[in-house]
Ligand binder design. Structure first.
Ligand SMILES: CCC(=O)SCCNC(=O)CCNC(=O)[C@H](O)C(C)(C)COP(=O)(O)OP(=O)(O)OC[C@H]1O[C@@H](n2cnc3c(N)ncnc32)[C@H](O)[C@@H]1OP(=O)(O)O
Length: 309
């Protein structure tokens, strides 16, 4: 949990009422970071190490519509993750955690390809087990926080999503694939397994049988197979109907139409249902319900006597 989120939660707690419920929810969410000093994880130490491998950037564009676009940007290395990009990503996720107007997020790669995993030049310099573990914990924390953002997220896959790039797609709520694109967990070919949380999330998305096939066979998942096994939600067809990003924005806008507090509440109840034991998920649902009940959108809907024919 970023310092900004802690401050926000504390402030809202002090304001009391249903906002106290929000603070409690945030506190529960703050377990969002999988690793802390209790697990021997020192964020500053690994940040410093990662910064020694610069190159590329992670760009964040937030729009008034409540939609943001996060771009993995290192085209000369097929958008591989340098060390400094891992640090950048953590900072962008912190920014998004504090974005009160956020409703939707699209994660894309620059220049028509998604991401070719970790930068092999950095990986070669960090092959000792201690550094590998630290990088793994850092990326698991960041991608877990990305998935838990209070907004609906989509990975827009063009070109290739390989290794860590494939893992990144699983840290979004949905995956949309452009024709000809591929998601491939190439880890086996590298003598590895996913370490950024990609295996655990993949099992939840496609089931353990399919996950075993994709990881065990390092299968090239094209859009057709991705649709068939539920890895992708849709193939972005339709030349002449805008860029893939515009098509992804159109797709997402169906689910982000409406006031930010309501969309964020939708994400929170689904997230808690997905991640928490049932009784805890039910209590969280009650807390989130308490935040929208009698709120501006609820009062407006009641006043307009809306019908849902
Ligand atoms: C978490 C675990 C992990 O993520 S392990 C990393 C898994 N990823 C990989 O092994 C990807 C290795 N790269 C490839 O297979 C190919 O470069 C792919 C992505 C298929 C692109 O092939 P192709 O279109 O022929 O282009 P190319 O090979 O000439 O690549 C262009 C330049 O980009 C670079 N590049 C690519 N991927 C990475 C990477 N992961 N780390 C560092 N550099 C990468 C290539 O080396 C190449 O650079 P250069 O032009 O030779 O200087």
């Amino acid at each position: 949990m970023s310092a900004r989120m802690v401050l926000c939660a504390v402030r809202q707690h002090l304001l009391g009422g249903s906002r106290g419920a929000w603070a409690r929810f945030l506190q529960r969410q703050s377990r969002g970071c999988v690793y802390s000093s209790v697990h021997g994880f020192q964020q500053e130490e690994i940040r410093e190490k990662l910064q020694a491998f610069p190159g590329g950037s992670i760009e964040l564009l937030t729009q008034e519509s409540g939609l943001a676009v996060l771009t993995i940007n290192y085209p000369s290395r097929m958008n591989a993750f340098s060390g400094s990009m891992m640090v950048d990503l953590e900072e962008r996720v912190s920014q998004l955690e504090g974005w009160t107007d956020g409703k939707g997020l699209i994660v894309q790669g620059a220049s028509g390809t998604f991401c070719s995993g970790s930068d092999l030049n950095a990986v070669r310099a960090l092959t000792n087990p201690q550094d590998g573990m630290k990088m793994c914990m850092f990326m698991q924390n960041t991608l877990t926080r990305l998935l838990r953002l209070p907004m609906i997220s989509v990975a827009l896959v063009e070109g290739r999503a390989l290794g860590g790039g494939a893992e990144l797609t699983t840290a979004c709520d949905f995956r949309l694939m452009a024709p000809g694109s591929v998601i491939q967990f190439v880890h086996k070919h590298m003598g590895l397994v996913p370490g950024w949380g990609g295996a655990a999330r993949l099992v939840r998305i496609v089931g353990s049988q399919n996950a075993l096939k994709l990881l065990g066979g390092a299968v090239k998942v094209d859009p057709e197979l991705a649709l068939q096994i539920g890895l992708a939600e849709e193939v972005l067809q339709g030349e002449g109907t805008g860029t893939p990003l515009q098509r992804a924005e159109n797709w997402l806008s169906v689910y982000t139409k409406g006031p930010a507090p309501v969309i964020q509440a939708v994400k929170k109840v689904v997230l808690s249902g997905r991640e928490l034991p049932l009784s805890e998920a039910l209590r969280t649902e009650k807390d989130v319900f308490g935040m929208v009940w009698g709120g501006p959108a609820n009062m407006q809907a009641l006043a307009s006597k809306s019908k849902h024919r």
